[in-house]
Design a protein around this ligand. Structure first.
Ligand code: CU
Length: 493
């Protein structure tokens, strides 16, 4: 079985042809990273968007989707598709129990639809691929924020355009907090840092080049829109919100000094138990919140966040932490066995909103099976041998039902990785190839990784909104062509 790494190791176009039999082959093995050495530019942070209006229970925002120019490489203006001119878009900070209402104006020449990834929202505000904002038009999205604290993100989801439009810049962070956040002794404010990670190809003029599914030829790594930046940090704990906004890039993060992360949250919020991790896997659309501890690191030290499964050596370095002076925080600092940092409260289950829901097995209403497979005859990516059809509903689910879905990566022969993302719901990964999924990868999840040949079972309870929602591979270039289906939650009759 060949992985993406193995494909590179083959080191020949012929080898790659076996695995990636599509049109990107001509460019597959060329590589033209920017001349910029890693860690030449400072990390930038997307601005936090201010509401235009607040009421007792709702924050109102205005956003504008438009092409604009952005400095990715120093001194070069790159045309991008942007929310409010940002690459990535501005960060929204939302609070559980306070609704957010966003008026999105589409000033692009193409349609747009805005999906809030990981959120539990009514179907009318889900940003369904078939529910676009036409050019020149606007639309109001309503987000109830009735779910536990989580690192969510928003992105374009326009049918057949989502791959290119997200690649060209249409994504941003949406950080939902709740009272649990305030109770836990985690870094906040400037020490709580969203990191939107992706790859890109820039041509000789510094312009973004998009070729669908051309993951082997996107040699530039961007963090918050800047190439392999450095980040000046203090000698203290940091909370990093890692968000993979790539179409296709997979990361396995390590710290260059061998230090470990404390993972506190996954896609949909806090883990049941924080996990000490040497490595963090992060595939497209996944999130991980980690604490890193610079308290005992000498001032003047540099530590790199690295991707140890990078397809080429120049993509290995992601971000450099430059440890400055500065006192450690006045907050009570924490210790956990096996880690140099934090000891979270031990009684998580007693904290209101801590995500501990595990539906009993006997209530499982239905089991389904979905096989994800590349079709070499058409170059399309299929679910149960079908491409996306907006007129077809693949799963009708009674409101309140718990279902178990068996998801199969049927591409062992081609060595193609996939993921499965369900809108609307956070699910639990029960097992992978018959073995229980480790807690940090099990719950709460909205996107699950599938290596070639993997068989994964997930369990989801659809007890919130009714209506029609997509599920799809979140390698967006696969979803665009056209690895997507729909489920519909129907009221009980
Ligand atoms: Cu896929």
């Amino acid at each position: 079985m060949l992985s993406r790494r193995d494909a590179i190791k083959l080191g020949s176009a012929a080898g790659a042809a076996l695995i990636f039999p599509t049109k990107q082959l001509a460019s597959a093995l060329s590589d033209d990273p920017s001349e910029l050495p890693p860690f030449s530019v400072p990390l930038s942070l997307p601005p936090v968007l201010k509401p235009t209006r607040r009421t007792g229970d709702t924050d109102f925002y205005d956003m504008r989707i438009a092409e604009s120019e952005h400095e990715i490489l120093p001194g070069i203006r790159t045309r991008a598709l942007t929310f409010n001119g940002g690459f990535p878009g501005p960060t929204l900070r939302a609070h559980r129990g306070r609704a957010v209402v966003i008026r999105q104006v589409n000033d692009m020449a193409s349609p747009a639809t805005v999906h809030l990834h990981g959120a539990n929202v009514p179907a009318s505000s889900d940003g369904h691929p078939m529910d676009p904002i036409a050019p020149g038009q606007s639309r109001v999205y309503r987000y109830p924020n009735d779910q536990p604290a989580a690192t969510l993100w928003y992105h374009d989801h326009t049918h057949h355009l989502e791959g290119e439009q997200v690649y060209r810049g249409l994504s941003g962070a949406y950080l939902l907090s709740d009272p649990v956040d305030a109770l836990l002794p985690f870094p906040s404010g400037e020490f709580d840092v969203p990191l939107l990670l992706r790859d890109a190809k820039l041509n000789g003029d510094g312009q973004l080049v998009f070729v669908n599914d051309d993951f082997m030829n996107r040699p530039t790594i961007l963090v918050n829109g800047r190439p392999q930046p450095y980040f000046e940090v203090k000698r203290r704990l940091y909370r990093l919100r890692l968000i993979n906004v790539s179409n296709l890039e997979v990361f396995k993060f390590q710290l260059s000094n061998g230090a470990r992360f404390l993972q506190i949250a996954s896609d949909g919020g806090f883990l049941r138990v924080p996990a000490v991790r040497q490595e963090i896997d992060l595939w497209p659309a996944e999130r991980a919140e980690v604490l890193v501890d610079f308290r005992s690191v000498p001032a003047g030290t540099a530590i790199a966040l690295q991707n140890v499964v990078a397809l080429s050596e120049n993509k290995r370095d992601i971000l450099q932490f430059r440890i400055g002076g500065g006192a450690s925080s006045s907050k009570p600092e924490l210790a956990i066995p096996g880690w140099t940092g934090v000891r979270p409260p031990s009684a998580q289950a007693g904290i209101p909103g801590w995500p501990t829901r595990n539906p009993p097995r006997e209530r499982v209403a239905r089991r389904r099976r979905f096989v994800l497979r590349f079709d070499p005859a058409t170059g399309e990516f299929l679910i149960n041998d079908q491409g996306f059809d907006p007129n077809r509903v693949d799963a009708r689910i009674d409101h309140g039902a718990t279902e178990i879905w068996e998801i199969v990566n049927g591409d062992a022969a081609f060595g193609i990785t996939h993921t499965m993302h369900l809108h609307l719901v956070q699910f639990r990964v029960l097992d992978r190839n018959g073995k229980p999924e480790p807690g940090h990868d099990a719950y709460p999840k909205d996107t699950v990784r599938l290596n070639p040949g993997d068989v994964v079972r997930i369990e989801a309870t659809l007890d919130t909104h009714t209506g029609r929602y997509p599920f799809h591979c979140h390698f967006l270039d696969h979803a665009t062509h056209s690895m997507m289906g729909q489920f519909e939650v129907v009221p009980r009759g």
